[in-house]
Write a protein that binds this ligand. Structure first.
Ligand code: PLP
Length: 403
């Protein structure tokens, strides 16, 4: 149970395991440990548990069990979709379209494919709320385009893309459509058929399931080259002894998530909107990053506070028991601003002063109150000490004079 001194606001990074999910998994570590590929009847316990989980995942997405392939993570599912498509369709074309705000599991895979495998990749820009433009997507397509990979919802700013429109366009053009739904699948009702999705990556640890478990939805009839070579598991398409307990956990976590989704979505939207309104009211010179209401993940908030370093803010919040995150990523020793925040047009200063607070099953009104009581004071104090803030105020005063 969380207390105000342990206010976890980083559900987009990972979620706590649901104790019932852990309970469902445990026998498959100890009692029913048989290798699902073994022929004796004892191992059939593992096999049937895996197939039950495949059904649970498929049902949650309106897919068929044959279309679900378990992987070791969302990252692996993304790698498989991109690398497997290029290898399979290389004779047709080598052009992939993605967006500048994708997770690094997509962006770094694309960079790798450009460098190693002769791929041509178009990185679509996004508007100031983080959305791609449908006309730019259509204009980017060529007769060499084999794949469009656009994330369902962004992990930093929560913006939801026009997935159905993208799916329909891709189908019309005969181009495969993959979506990274690692964040979205935990919070939105996803029907892969209705949305015209060909491939979709999901991850269990964002939905109260185990870490190191993912899946790729592959629409019936789509053939990809394998990413993992070895045994004949997953119908010969993903080698490696199955993580039976992890698969059981993922299936059950997804089933539970789907049942509670309508209520939980409404509850989180209310918390999110209260947090956003509260911060915008209590803190001057703050910017909300990302889209509004319906086009934003129910649990996501992301702000930029001028004159404050996001990293310092995180430490201040941490000292008050609040765990949050910033858009900045520390890459090879240098603190680069978030590629997502830069893509939506923020200045370096705004991107460096960013704070992401994401909520989930255990977040309460009291946690939101606690943040609203704590955060404004921290920002005011940091600004008092900040030369950046002084410069900003001086610039503002000059601008007013010259107007
Ligand atoms: N894609 C998105 C949008 C994510 O947010 C994440 C993880 O944060 C991933 C992919 C990677 O998923 P995993 O941690 O399961 O490898």
């Amino acid at each position: 149970m969380q207390t105000n001194k342990n206010a976890y606001f980083d559900y987009a990074a990972t979620t706590p395991m649901d104790p019932e999910v852990l309970e469902a998994m445990t026998p498959y570590f100890t009692e029913f440990f048989g290798n699902p590929s073994s022929v004796y009847s004892f191992a059939s316990k593992s096999r049937s548990a895996i197939e039950k989980a495949r059904n649970q995942v498929a049902k949650a997405l309106n897919a068929t069990p044959e279309e679900i392939f378990f992987t070791g993570s969302g990252t692996e599912a993304n790698n498989w979709a991109l690398k497997g498509t290029l290898e399979k369709l290389r004779s047709k074309g080598n052009h992939i379209i993605t967006a500048k705000i994708e997770h690094h599991a997509i962006l770094h895979t694309c960079e790798y494919l450009e460098k190693i495998a002769g791929a041509k990749v178009t990185y679509l820009p996004v508007d100031e709320e983080g959305r791609i433009s449908m006309s730019e997507l259509e204009a980017a397509m060529t007769d060499k385009t084999i794949l469009v990979s656009i994330m369902f919802a962004n992990n930093e700013i929560g913006t939801i893309q026009p997935v159905k429109a993208i799916g329909k366009l891709c189908r019309k053009k005969g181009v495969l459509f993959h979506t990274d739904a690692v964040q979205a699948a935990a919070q939105l009702d996803i029907d892969v058929q209705d949305l015209c999705i060909d491939m979709m990556s999901i991850s269990a640890h964002k939905m109260y399931g185990p870490k190191g478990m993912g899946a790729l939805y592959l629409r019936k009839g789509i053939r990809l080259e394998n990413l993992m070579h070895g045994g004949g598991q997953e119908k010969g398409r993903r080698a490696s002894t199955e993580n039976t307990a992890g698969i059981v956990g993922m299936g059950f976590a997804m089933e539970k998530m789907k049942i509670s989704l309508p209520q939980e979505k409404a509850r989180l939207c209310a918390l999110r909107d209260r947090l956003i309104d509260g911060v915008l009211k209590a803190v001057p010179h703050v910017k909300l990053n990302g889209a509004k209401n319906d086009e934003r993940l129910p649990n996501n908030t992301n702000f930029s506070f001028i004159g404050v370093e996001g990293e310092t803010l995180l430490l201040d919040l941490d000292s008050r028991g609040i765990s949050a995150s910033t858009g900045s990523a520390c890459t090879s020793g240098s603190l680069d601003p978030s590629h997502v925040l830069m893509a939506i047009g923020l200045t370096h200063e705004q991107a460096h002063g960013s704070l992401r607070m994401t909520m989930g099953r255990h977040t309460t009104d009291e946690h939101v109150d606690y943040v609203l009581e704590t955060l404004p004071g921290i920002i005011a104090k940091r600004r008092e000490m900040s030369p950046l803030w002084e410069d900003y105020l001086a610039n503002l005063a000059n601008q007013k004079k010259s107007n």
